[in-house]
Design a protein around this ligand. Structure first.
Ligand code: XUL
Ligand code: MN
Length: 346
């Protein structure tokens, strides 16, 4: 096992959400960005993740000069608070131009909009002191398979990634795959797809990935196997830990909430692979329950980190040599029980 090290934690302003779902309005009143930053600091987290319009609200209505100016002002606020920006992600799923997809829209003007907006996200990221741009390819897929040409869409995606890589020589792109929602089927549903498409770009070294536990589970995969796979390529540059109860809507439950053993194995994979040694953060992409009152608004974030740290103790105290001996004897029943009793032990 790799030498013990400590982890750094972050979340995004959208993780202090108001409780709206497709069937009902918010259940908590919105809070300001400053309030959210204060909460993050008070909870003792190290960094914040940003969508481009979390950093520069109403971004489509602003000039490049104005965008840079606002990003610089935000950077000063973060510096004053002693908080880093972990990444910036273009929010390419809200605008009218991205109704039929962003980089893979059938309309050339819409594809151009998506690329230009992504370049602005890169400018913001650089000003905010991070070289990491996260791409959740929300609408790159289809509702009706015959409406798009999936082969051509691979070319469109590579074209867009190449434009971003050319715009700034230091930026790194972390693709965050998700198999469905909002689309019926996504073009980049798994880490394997993300790392394969990276190879088609002008600079594969600068295209890696971000694993979200819930997205892996929605793809029918084990998130810890996805972690091992990405880390075999040294391409796991960020991580959204959360939980998901089977094949439903994207639930973004607190880490460990649905399946503690799956959560344990994710922490163990991170430990074994030395995740975080190059400055990578543990990010919690978790949401409060709709029923949560304002008084308990931050509990899902604090609880996710507590669970992570408890599971870290479990991963570090796991008896590896005993497990190895059971593997050698091929006594997997005993190994299974050993894991359960370890997780249940005080
Ligand atoms: C969507 C999702 C996003 C990304 C950031 O399911 O996880 O919040 O993490 O754009
Ligand atoms: Mn996410």
């Amino acid at each position: 096992m790799a030498k013990k090290h400590s982890y750094k934690f972050c979340f995004g302003p959208w993780n202090i959400s108001e409780g709206a779902d497709p069937y009902g309005p918010p259940t908590r009143s919105p809070q300001t960005f400053d309030w959210k930053l204060d909460q993050l600091k008070a909870l003792g987290f190290d960094a914040m993740m940003f969508h481009d319009d979390d950093a520069v609200p109403d971004i489509d209505a602003k000039s490049e000069v104005q965008i840079r100016k606002e990003a610089r002002a935000l950077k000063r606020r973060l510096d004053d608070a002693g908080i880093a920006a972990e990444m910036v992600a273009p929010r390419l799923w809200f605008a009218p131009q991205t109704i039929d997809g962003a980089y893979t829209s059938n309309d050339a003007r819409c594809r151009k909009y998506a690329i230009e907006r992504s370049l602005r996200s890169i400018d913001i990221a650089r000003i905010m002191g991070t070289d990491l741009v996260v791409l959740w390819l929300a609408r790159e897929g289809s509702y009706i398979r015959e409406s798009k040409n999936a082969r051509r869409c691979v070319d469109y995606l590579v074209e867009a990634f190449d434009a971003m890589l050319a715009h700034d020589k230091r930026i790194r792109l972390a693709i965050e795959p998700k198999p469905n929602e909002p689309m019926d089927v996504a073009y980049v549903p798994t880490i394997g797809h993300a790392l394969a498409i990276a190879q088609l770009t002008r600079d594969p070294k600068r295209v890696g990935c971000l694993i979200e536990s819930a997205h892996a589970i929605l793809a029918g995969l084990d998130p810890s196997d996805e972690i091992d796979f990405a880390m075999a390529f040294n391409k796991l540059w960020s991580l959204h830990l959360n939980d998901q109860n089977g094949l439903k809507f994207d639930q973004d439950k607190p880490f460990g909430s649905a399946n503690l053993r799956v959560a344990f194995n994710q922490v163990r994979s991170l430990e074994q692979n030395g995740y975080g040694r190059n400055g990578e953060y543990i990010c919690f992409d978790v949401h409060p329950f709709r029923t949560t009152s304002e008084e308990h608004w931050l509990a899902h974030l604090d609880n996710s980190r507590r669970t992570f740290l408890r599971l870290l103790e479990k991963a570090r105290s796991f008896n590896d040599s005993e497990a190895k001996a059971l593997v050698q004897k091929r006594d997997y029943a005993a190994l299974d029980q050993m894991v359960i009793e370890h997780l249940l032990s005080k």
